[in-house]
Design a protein around this ligand. Structure first.
Ligand SMILES: [Zn+2]
Length: 506
């Protein structure tokens, strides 16, 4: 099924009616688009709602997110109320947006018209496309990244949703946004810091008490996560966090996807906004946190199960439990399916462990032979093709430069120029499409390679030094290389064990 994205954004035109709030406008647009999508049976997988109404691309976080999503190549179109929602801003930036949509074969769908950017006859776009030369693409992309780095170091707020206790606002006289304290919420933030830091109340109890007091959180009710997030956010000290949530490629259900992960080594900058708490309050919370973490490590029992959380019953899918015999029983530990009525019989732990290691080394042997054969051939041919396509592109672009020069010098008339330029542009698009296909192919090969780079040495390490590893270490490493393991022993006593390594099959 084709996947679509919905993009909502208030434009300057909408403010003609001052009484209508941003939310109301966006809600109205959302309702119109939702019934439109229902009618056309368009499968909308994500709705991106721009609340901050910036003119430039770097102050439109949802648009940047949209471009990031479109760039995964997984979407058939973007749905919006009218084309201006996407293209407003400088012509260079709209050119960039069009380029991303076009190269990813992504249509623009509005209730009044569908724009297929692959289709040359959609002439509205000829201007935009032409304005957008290859030089500009490079500089804009660089400028965008640099712009965001720069804004963070200037202490501006870059997120899309202001943290609890603050509201985002557009800075006066300069680009970007900052945060303004919301007094009622700020009081709650200080209270949370004191409850934890001074009174030693735990996350869950704090959440419970706030809910009892009927204080709404950003998501409605308070939970352990929202409390932890507040207690760990330096924004309340007046700082800006940058690169806290970089995207990372991950393998899920056998497919490569990008995922936002919370990074531990993010950057901090002095913010333009006012702090809500002081350093003393912050330090006190950190001290309590570290004393608690310390205590919990000692309290925890030592891990005894090398397959904890990855071993399942093959018959019913339940997580297998490890059982230890009583001192009087003259036997060794065993795995047991906890499901009532499941006829999977118990399996001795050391037997199962030995079988898994055996299966893994056999699989590993076959896998390593295969990757050596495949990889060399594939990568080489893609690279050759790419270099040929790029030569063609350079040649075409040189020709385009030349006709521009002819036009300037008066050698070409406008008619001659337009005709020649049209032909060249068509050619360039064809070659660019070919280049993109190749780049995608190369990207996929590289992604597999990246995953392998992490998993291959780990697998080798497990197999090389298995007897010397501690149980914790074994479990940690198995979880890196193995999706899951299933086991089953029939009432007749026959054992079957299956392993599911994480490495992508070729
Ligand atoms: Zn079972």
């Amino acid at each position: 099924m084709e996947r679509y994205l919905m993009y909502l954004r208030k434009s300057r035109m909408d403010t003609d009616f001052d009484e209508i709030s941003v939310e109301e406008t966006l809600n109205r647009h959302r309702r119109i688009l939702e019934s439109f999508c229902k009618e056309r049976r368009l499968n909308v997988v994500d709705v991106l709602e721009e609340v901050v109404s910036g003119e430039s691309l770097s102050s439109r976080p949802k648009m940047l997110r949209l471009l990031e999503l479109v760039n995964t190549g997984m979407y058939a179109g973007v749905i919006c109320i009218d084309i201006e929602r996407l293209s407003r801003g400088s012509s260079l930036e709209s050119g960039y947006i069009m380029q991303v949509l076009q190269t990813n074969n992504c249509k623009i769908i509005t209730p009044s018209k569908i724009y297929d950017l692959q289709n040359e006859s959609d002439e509205q776009f000829t201007d935009m496309k032409f304005m957008f030369s290859r030089y500009e693409l490079k500089t804009i992309t660089k400028r965008l990244v640099r712009g965001r780095n720069q804004s963070a170091s200037e202490g501006k707020f870059l997120g899309s949703v202001a943290p609890y206790g603050y509201r985002a606002y557009k800075l006066v006289g300069m680009k970007g946004n900052s945060l303004r304290i919301e007094p009622k919420e700020a009081k709650v933030v200080r209270m949370i810091f004191d409850m934890y830091g001074k009174q030693g109340i735990g996350y869950n109890t704090i959440a419970h008490e706030l809910n009892q007091m009927n204080i709404p959180s950003l998501t409605g009710t308070w939970g352990q996560t929202s409390i932890t997030n507040i207690l760990n956010n330096e924004v309340y000290l007046g700082m800006i966090r940058w690169k806290h949530e970089p995207t990372k490629r991950v393998v899920k259900d056998g497919m490569l996807t990008k995922k936002r992960v919370t990074s531990k080594d993010y950057e901090l900058y002095e913010g333009l906004h006012e702090p809500i708490i002081d350093q003393e309050q912050w330090d006190r919370v950190k001290a309590v946190q570290s004393s608690r973490n310390h205590a919990s490590v000692h309290k925890d029992k030592k891990l005894m199960n090398p397959f904890a959380t990855i071993l399942f019953c093959e018959k019913c899918g339940a997580v297998m439990k490890r059982n230890v015999p009583a001192k009087t029983q003259n036997t060794s530990p065993w795995y047991r399916c906890p499901t009532r009525g499941c006829n999977c019989r118990t399996i001795k732990c050391d037997f199962l462990e030995a079988e898994v290691v055996k299966a893994m080394s056999q699989w590993w042997g076959e896998y390593t032979i295969k990757i050596k054969e495949d990889k060399v051939a594939q990568t080489d041919s893609t690279e050759t093709a790419l270099s040929i396509v790029r030569e063609q592109l350079t040649e075409l672009q040189l020709q385009q430069d030349k006709i521009c020069e002819y036009l300037e010098k008066g050698i070409y008339t406008i008619e001659m120029f337009t005709k020649r330029n049209d032909t060249l542009t068509r050619e360039i698009h064809k070659v660019q499409a070919a280049e993109n296909e190749l780049l995608k192919k190369q990207g996929a090969q590289k992604d597999i390679h990246d995953v392998e780079k992490e998993i291959i040495p780990t697998t080798q390490h497990i197999l090389d030094s298995y007897p010397q590893l501690s149980v914790e270490e074994k479990n940690r490493l198995w979880k890196i290389v193995m999706e899951r393991i299933t086991a089953y022993r029939t009432p007749g006593g026959e054992v079957s064990i299956h392993i599911y390594p994480k490495l992508p099959m070729r």
